[in-house]
Design a binder for this molecule. Structure first.
Ligand SMILES: Nc1nc2c(c(CN[C@H]3C=C[C@H](O)[C@@H]3O)cn2[C@@H]2O[C@H](COP(=O)(O)O)[C@@H](O)[C@H]2O)c(=O)[nH]1
Length: 317
């Protein structure tokens, strides 16, 4: 899986017309990287559930099943001062604190109105309602997958990965909403953003132990969402075609599966691979996963929030 992702994204970067990797920008960015802050990512307990291991496992896998919607987030009812992701994470954390984990059979029984209530949303706004329907479908898929394949046990799913993040990603990708694969001309371009971030988030939640113990985390690629490419563009590593920039600045949606969308995600993933290679050549032990956490958290700064990033309505990020 991971080798296929890297090869496909390198090929997209060779062919791309809308998004270019700027070699000078890449070299400068690598030099300015404060590597000390790049390493130890840690679990954000302010927004994520902390409790007994089984409940924390259920929380993180349930959250990653709905860790998407960036193209819908302008229509999401957000918590004051919270982004879309943190609004969703907090709502689920509070549910787990008040009512305990959602059992797989409860996930299967969810309806859009109940999903909306769970995430503090209503179905009045049609875009918000569409996202709640997608969240409901995503949670149905998770619940039925666990019941049918793993006896309703989150722990059995993780055990089946035998301590390999790539294997857990492959298992998760058996659910359609995790199967994040694009087409680019005749090329198949797997990106598997949520399938890969799930073991990474478990490693954060469990500090690399127990349900968070994976031997190959450093093999993961970055998680191709819409914020990491944006940070790379704002910092001069990626250069978008001016016509594409104009569309982003006008707030236009970039269609899921379009050349532009695939290039933004795939060239960003490839740029991260090039950054990791350059840093490693300079003797820095940095992984794409660590770089992702660094770039995503860097993207929370006003300088990045102030500029428009691409919005695509997708169930993949
Ligand atoms: N590449 C990458 N994408 C990530 C994350 C996370 C959250 N993980 C952190 C949280 C706790 C741990 O500390 C993790 O570090 C969310 N997203 C994506 O962002 C988008 C939402 O953005 P906004 O509109 O601003 O909320 C959406 O597509 C969502 O899928 C990440 O880490 N990497």
């Amino acid at each position: 899986m991971l080798a296929e992702i890297r090869a496909a994204c390198a090929e997209v970067a060779r062919r791309s017309r809308w998004v270019r990797l700027d070699e000078g920008g890449l070299a400068r960015f690598a030099e300015t990287l404060e590597l000390a802050s790049v390493t130890a990512p840690r679990y954000d307990a302010a927004h994520h559930y902390v409790g007994d291991p089984e409940a924390m496992l259920a929380f993180n896998l349930t959250l990653d099943a709905v860790n998407f919607g960036s193209g819908y987030f302008p229509h999401l009812r957000k918590r004051p001062g919270k982004s879309g992701y943190f609004t969703v994470a907090l709502a689920l954390k509070e549910h787990f604190e008040a009512h305990g984990p959602l059992a797989p059979r409860e996930l299967v029984a969810l309806t859009p109105p109940r999903t909306a209530a769970l995430f503090g949303q209503d179905l009045g706004d049609p875009v918000r309602a569409e996202l709640m329907r997608h969240f409901t479908e995503a949670l149905h898929q998770l619940g039925s997958y666990l019941v049918e394949r793993f006896g309703g046990s989150f722990a059995a799913l993780v055990a089946a990965a035998q301590g390999r993040a790539e294997r857990l990603a492959e298992l998760l990708a058996e659910m359609p909403y995790f199967r994040d694969v694009a087409r680019y001309g005749e090329l198949r371009v797997p990106l598997y953003k949520r399938a890969q971030i799930a073991p990474s988030d478990l490693a954060l939640a469990f500090d690399g132990q127990g349900y968070g113990h994976f031997s190959d985390l450093e093999q993961l690629t970055i998680f191709a969402d819409n914020l990491v490419p944006h940070v790379l563009r704002v910092d001069g590593v990626l250069v978008y075609d001016p016509a594409l920039v104009a569309r982003l600045e006008a707030g236009a949606l970039i269609p899921a599966g379009s050349e532009e969308e695939v290039e933004i995600r795939a060239v960003a993933l490839h740029a991260a691979e090039r950054l990791v290679a350059q840093l490693r050549a300079a003797g820095e032990a940095v992984s794409a996963r660590q770089l992702d956490v660094y770039l995503w958290n860097r993207g929370q700064q006003e300088r990045y929030k102030a500029a428009p990033r691409h919005r695509t309505r997708s169930v993949f990020y």
